[in-house]
Design a protein around this ligand. Structure first.
Ligand code: SF4
Ligand code: SF4
Length: 56
């Protein structure tokens, strides 16, 4: 399992800075979570201003 970023994402970048294992990356303004690297700590979801991150 891993956390995932949904369509509500406004590309603020807050989650990328919070991830302890650098599982979040950005390309062409779209943020994604690498499911293989994510350890489900929840830090990104707690930081997201629009609640776009949830557990898969
Ligand atoms: Fe990174 Fe934790 Fe979010 Fe997974 S749940 S992407 S490990 S901050
Ligand atoms: Fe998108 Fe939320 Fe991450 Fe900001 S914190 S880039 S809104 S998922």
């Amino acid at each position: 399992m891993a956390h995932v970023i949904g369509d509500d994402c406004i590309s603020c970048g807050s989650c990328e800075a919070e991830c302890p294992v650098s599982a979040i990356s950005e390309g062409d303004g779209k943020y994604e979570i690498n499911a293989d690297a994510c350890i489900d700590c929840g830090a990104c979801a707690a930081q997201c201003p629009v609640g776009a991150i949830s557990e898969a």
